[in-house]
Design a protein around this ligand. Structure first.
Ligand code: HPA
Length: 234
């Protein structure tokens, strides 16, 4: 047991999927895993462990934003020995050729700051995904018929952004989408020599201002779960 994860040693699998929303973790575990059992309820940040095609998997909510994700990813890595951590979540599209429901696989994650900033100090570290999982996720997404983009994303500290100039610079430099967690997941994976990936669906568009209706979010979320599981166990 850790401060934020009430699981027993051995309750957490080496492969962990991390949606932001704990209820999505519950839905994904009930929908895709066999013999899923709830392993964490602390603060309502639900986690479940079961099997997918015979492989043990944990699906643990991360909460929103890098400080929250950092708590769960740190404890999963250092106390429960998680080796593979895949964020599954939504993002806002930042380029015109990206549409709602498209999949974005984050090769890198830029940021203004992350919880690791105090460690990196003057270094602009480039957090990046695990290459082998990334290619498998790409193949799985394309096989599903999803329009799939691979490239850099922006991990922001704010959802309600008061700095349109930052968005413009990110767009100008080809950043595909914005979310709030991946950069710190990639930092932690690098620090602890683990594998990390973020697979995202476009839920809103920063240029067209379109939004995915909530009824459709579940379907695209399910696709991401399958892509992430295929990437992990390929
Ligand atoms: N901004 C930040 N995070 C997000 C967004 C967004 O537009 N959409 C989904 N996560």
């Amino acid at each position: 047991m850790t401060i934020h994860i009430g699981a027993n040693p051995g309750d957490i699998a080496e492969t962990v999927l991390m949606p932001g929303d704990p209820y999505r973790a519950k839905w994904a575990a009930e929908t895709f895993l066999d013999d899923a059992e709830c392993v964490n309820k602390v603060r309502g940040m639900l986690g479940f462990t079961g099997t997918w095609k015979g492989n043990r998997v944990t699906i643990q909510g991360s909460g929103m934003g890098m400080p929250s994700l950092s708590i769960y990813a740190n404890e999963l890595i250092t106390a429960f020995n998680a080796q593979t951590l895949i964020r599954i979540g939504s993002c806002g599209a930042m380029q015109e050729d990206i549409a709602l429901r498209d999949i974005i696989i984050a090769m890198t994650a830029s940021s203004l700051s992350t919880p690791s900033r105090g460690i990196f100090k003057e270094i602009n570290f480039a957090p990046c995904a695990d290459y082998h999982m990334l290619t498998r996720a790409y193949d799985a997404a394309v096989a599903k018929g999803s329009k799939t983009h691979v490239g850099g994303i922006y991990s922001s500290d704010v959802f309600y952004d008061e700095r349109p100039d930052l968005t413009q610079q990110m767009q100008r430099h080809g950043i595909l989408g914005v979310e709030m967690e991946a950069a710190e997941l990639y930092n932690l994976a690098a620090r602890h020599k683990r594998r990390a990936l973020a697979v995202l669906t476009v839920s809103d568009h920063l240029i067209t201002k379109e939004e995915l209706p909530s009824s459709e979010r579940e379907r695209s979320f399910g696709e991401m779960v399958e892509i992430a599981l295929t990437a992990a166990f390929g």
